[in-house]
Design a protein around this ligand. Structure first.
Ligand SMILES: Cc1cc2nc3c(=O)[nH]c(=O)nc-3n(C[C@H](O)[C@H](O)[C@H](O)COP(=O)(O)OP(=O)(O)OC[C@H]3O[C@@H](n4cnc5c(N)ncnc54)[C@H](O)[C@@H]3O)c2cc1C
Length: 333
């Protein structure tokens, strides 16, 4: 690891100042925020990221709160740990899909340290991005090597010119729950709907989200909704122990008294460079009872337009199976 300066932020404003005052040069990037460090430190050890300064956010008091309930909506501080989210009684009762998504991440050791802010802002796991000596498109090169290379884990939707998939489990569920991300930076504070937080490679291949220099995520807000309490997250991993999703599906529905679907949310994970919401699949459910016919129609619509690479066509039937599993699980919820 290249030597770097360590700083402890005393407040959000202090963190922004500490991030903004360091400029990149030919050898190093400027400064990076660190929460749990579970991803940042790995990328630094592998010299994928070479910040001059690390700004420790964990020293900011009060940025880890979880407030609210199913009636008022939730406010989750960016430093809230994944373990706190998975075990929080209100989240388990009123936003169960979010608790399931948090529980699905890695191991309990990692969830005791990793935060929701770091989870949303973690970097991709694509082998080429993670290999220190490979200068792929995301690292300033001109080629996405996964497109014609080892692409078993890469995108089948929304790819090009880079074919990474977004690795965050929570992002997929938060997209289904219509979350809003609060960002603080040199220009002040702004709220960004999660649907506009992540960035496709066709817009900018070197980043995964809209964060500008010296900006940090400070809070995640989840509105009260009729579908949050009937939400679920299902994830398929190659290994039964800790692993990232090969494919994941988030679903949430609101049922009318006559058991027809009033509102639906379906978002796929690990199939695209961003959490992939599928409005056509949602529309296939609305106004219908949640039965085999409507679930099958939604499942087929969810994968419309998928364009697999040479080694990842398996993701299409896998994603269909997970959407079906998620929706069937909500029938009895
Ligand atoms: C073995 C292993 C298995 C894993 N498995 C999974 C998995 O199954 N699912 C999954 O989703 N993730 C997984 N992860 C990825 C990740 O480490 C965790 O998701 C964790 O939540 C990251 O949080 P952190 O607080 O440690 O982030 P950090 O490492 O502190 O930060 C991650 C990135 O986000 C930036 N950052 C941190 N906080 C902020 C902020 N508030 N605002 C802006 N930028 C910020 C950092 O600069 C860094 O680039 C795994 C990691 C490891 C090492």
């Amino acid at each position: 690891m290249k030597a770097f300066e360590w700083t402890n932020a005393s407040s959000v404003d202090d963190a922004v100042k500490l991030l903004a005052e360091v400029k990149a040069d030919d050898d190093s990037e400027s400064a990076r925020p660190m929460s749990g460090g579970q991803d940042l430190l790995t990328t630094m050890k592998e010299r994928i990221l070479i910040p001059k300064r690390v700004v420790n956010l964990k020293t900011i008091q009060g940025l880890d709160g979880i407030e609210g309930d199913g009636e008022t909506g939730l406010k989750i501080g960016a430093l809230a740990k994944l373990h706190e989210i998975e075990s929080h009684p209100v989240i388990n009762k009123s936003f169960p899909g979010l608790a399931q998504a948090a529980h699905s991440v890695a191991t309990v050791q990692l969830r005791n340290v990793g935060t929701i802010g770091g989870n949303l802002c973690q970097r991709p796991r694509c082998w080429y991005f993670r290999l220190p000596h490979v200068v792929c498109l995301k690292k300033g090169g001109d080629t996405c090597y996964s497109e014609k290379g080892e692409n078993k884990y890469n995108a089948i939707l929304g790819g090009g010119p880079s074919f990474i998939v977004h690795p965050s489990d929570l992002a997929t569920m938060l997209m289904a729950l219509d979350a809003t991300i609060t960002i603080n930076g040199p220009q002040g504070s702004r709220n960004v709907p999660i649907g506009k937080f992540f960035v496709l490679p066709s817009e900018n291949a070197s980043v995964e989200n809209v964060l500008a220099d010296a900006e940090i995520v400070t809070q995640i807000q989840i509105p009260a909704s009729a579908f949050a309490a009937r939400s679920t997250y299902v994830k398929f991993k190659e290994r039964e122990s800790l692993d990232f999703a090969m494919v994941a599906a988030s679903a949430a529905i609101d049922l009318a008294p006559d058991q027809t679907v009033r509102q639906a949310r379906i978002v796929l994970g690990a199939v695209a460079p961003i959490p992939w919401r599928v409005p056509k699949a949602e529309a296939a459910l609305v106004g219908k009872p949640l039965n085999d016919a409507s679930v099958n129609a939604a499942t087929d619509a969810a994968l419309e337009g998928a364009a697999p690479l040479e080694k990842n066509a398996y993701k299409i039937p896998l994603a269909k199976a997970l959407v079906r599993r998620a929706l069937n699980g909500l029938k009895t919820a």
